[in-house]
Design a protein around this ligand. Structure first.
Ligand code: HEM
Length: 217
């Protein structure tokens, strides 16, 4: 027997780091493309200053969150899961036919297989590509005296901008995905309040009531 209950699946820290990361990435995107010359809505010097400050704060947040992920065991949520083709088929086709989602959320499996793969790529490829090239860019004064430093900086800027495009693509798909819940704002509300309605077995329900491992309404 299972029951549907409102369970806090995103703790206060998870919600804090999710939204602060979102604000910082938007700020970096906006100022970065100002520096790149795509728009001139900000003076160049100001854009550079905001970009560098937000980048340092974001790197600090990433380091802290990586530490949090490992100490709380939450890193397991990001591991590869089977069933990814079913999820892709659902978003490409089933969703248009009104089919039910092939995946049921649980406390141990907050993310479906496609989400885990996307977030894993975000954390191990797109994020590191941005901070690694960004830090090399930031330290240009330290290596500008080497032969060919000017050309190397051009390559670093190109790689950094390419990674920024990958980040932009991720964000657009991510925002689209947030609208595909029961209502267009369902997933956004979940990330604000922390609560989602999930199916619990009697054992899980008794365990949560007894240990308060996650809050339940
Ligand atoms: C996370 C760590 C990051 C660091 C350390 C960093 C650092 C930098 C630095 C130092 C510059 C050059 C500023 C100058 O001209 O002095 C730059 C430019 C830029 N950044 Fe970042 N950044 C980071 C993240 C991001 C993110 C998340 C985005 C977008 C989503 C982004 C997009 C850009 C773009 C488009 C440019 C302009 C590149 C060019 O054409 O020269 N950056 N970044």
């Amino acid at each position: 027997m299972t029951h549907k209950r409102d369970v806090m699946i995103y703790t206060r820290y998870e919600r804090f780091w999710h939204w602060s990361q979102a604000v910082l990435i938007f700020t970096l995107f906006f100022t970065g493309f100002g520096i790149h010359g795509t728009h001139d809505l900000l003076p160049f010097g100001l854009a550079v200053m905001i970009h560098q400050t937000a980048a340092i704060v974001l790197i600090g947040l990433w380091i802290f969150t990586t530490f949090w992920n490992f100490t709380t065991g939450q890193w397991r949520q990001y591991l590869f899961k089977k069933g990814i083709l079913k999820i892709i088929r659902f978003y490409a086709y089933g969703i248009l036919k009104g089919e039910p989602h092939p995946y049921k959320k649980s406390l141990q499996r907050k993310q479906n297989a496609l989400q885990s793969l996307a977030y894993m790529t975000f954390m191990t490829v797109i994020g590191p590509a941005l901070w690694a090239t960004g830090i090399v860019y930031l330290l240009y004064n330290e290596w500008s005296h080497f032969d060919g430093a000017g050309e190397a900086l051009g390559i670093v800027a190109l790689l950094h901008t390419a990674a920024a495009f990958a980040m932009g693509t991720f964000v657009i798909i991510h925002i689209y995905m947030t609208t595909t819940g029961k209502t267009p704002l369902h997933y956004v509300k979940t990330m604000i309040t922390g609560y989602d309605r999930i199916e619990l077995s009697e054992v899980e329900e008794a365990y949560l009531a007894e240990t308060k491992a996650a809050e339940m309404k």
